[in-house]
Design a protein around this ligand. Structure first.
Ligand code: ASP
Length: 319
């Protein structure tokens, strides 16, 4: 068995040239932050939290600082975390100004009897635990919002009432930059975490896959761990992270599971933009996507530095 291991992603979709090198540096730093914890004997849960927090603090990613703007120019962040040992999980949504949504998701998991708390209730809990408040707005995301809106106004893209149709037919409109991490620690426990600002021009109040256990995030010591990125509505319909974990539970390697989940997306959802990272209980890593890019990194005891890439296995097949 290969352990400890960490795999992180900084989002699927299309990575613009201006963000590519910062994205690769960002996922590398996140993988290293998580791996340092694992190498020192820390838990997979601490490792995925730390990796994702590192990316939430980096404005190149669409999570925490630098989150995408809703159609009415607000920010509503969401995140989730799951412990594969106990199946305990925590999730948050509709956060305006909590610096690290993933920390709050973990607080919900560990200090409440609930899993998913959104908006004012979640912010009240953040206040109670003295979590840092920060303004997540950035110039970059404002510019992306304006550019996307202008394209729509010029009629270059159909702005149809059904958001799903819109994003499926125009995936290039959206800067999919959600972040996520999966890890296996020395005690053979897995964990997963995912955090996002959603995507540019999303409807206020919309919650996607990243905050929903089983869809954006899943971890189970009897199966493995997974974190997804892409059009959240698709991952919700297919319960995609759980789907990948169930493939590993039935004996598939992490890579086979990731590819089979993307084939499912291609088959059932006509190939809407998606990507995911996976980790099985033997410490094998997996990453697959049907989008142009997946910004990701991993680190094991075999490497002195994280390995990074802007693409993994691109899957276009349906079966
Ligand atoms: N999955 C995210 C969402 O739909 C977007 C992303 O992956 O960037 O909210």
């Amino acid at each position: 068995m290969q352990k400890p291991v960490i795999v992180v992603h900084g989002g699927a979709g299309m990575w613009r040239t201006e963000r590519k090198s910062a994205g690769l540096a960002g996922v590398s730093a996140a993988a290293l932050a998580g791996f340092d914890i694992l190498r020192a004997g820390g838990s997979a849960l601490d490792a995925v939290e730390s990796a994702v927090v590192t990316m939430e603090n980096n404005e190149v990613f669409n999570a925490g600082h630098g989150s995408a703007l809703t159609i009415d120019k607000r920010i509503e962040m969401e995140a989730s975390i799951m412990d594969g040992k106990t199946l305990n999980a925590g999730a948050v949504g509709l956060l305006k100004n909590i610096k690290n949504p993933t920390r709050l998701a973990r607080i919900i998991m560990e200090t409440t009897d609930h899993i998913f708390i959104i908006g004012a209730g979640a912010e009240k809990l953040a206040e109670l635990f003295k979590l840092e408040i920060a303004n997540p707005f950035t110039e970059l995301r404002m510019r992306y919002w304006t550019e996307t809106k202008e394209k729509l106004m010029r009629g270059e893209h159909d702005y149809l009432p059904k958001l799903h149709t819109l994003v499926t037919s125009n995936p290039q409109l959206f800067d999919l930059g959600t972040v996520g991490a999966v890890a296996l620690d020395k005690d053979e426990n897995v964990a997963a975490a995912t955090s996002t600002g959603g995507f540019s021009l999303k409807f206020p109040g919309r919650i996607g896959d990243s905050a929903i256990i089983g869809c954006g995030t899943y971890a189970d010591n009897e199966a493995g761990a997974s974190s997804t990125t892409g059009i959240g509505e698709i991952a919700v319909k297919l319960v995609l992270s759980k789907n990948a974990c169930d493939s590993m539970r039935s004996g598939k390697t992490a890579q086979e599971a990731a590819e089979s989940s993307i084939k499912l997306v291609n088959r059932r959802m006509s190939g809407g933009s998606m990507g995911l990272i996976t980790l099985d209980m033997a410490g094998r890593i997996g990453a697959a996507h049907n989008s142009q890019n997946l910004c990701w990194a991993y680190m094991t005891t075999k490497s002195r530095h994280p390995k990074t890439a802007l693409a993994a296995r691109i899957v276009k097949e349906t079966a």
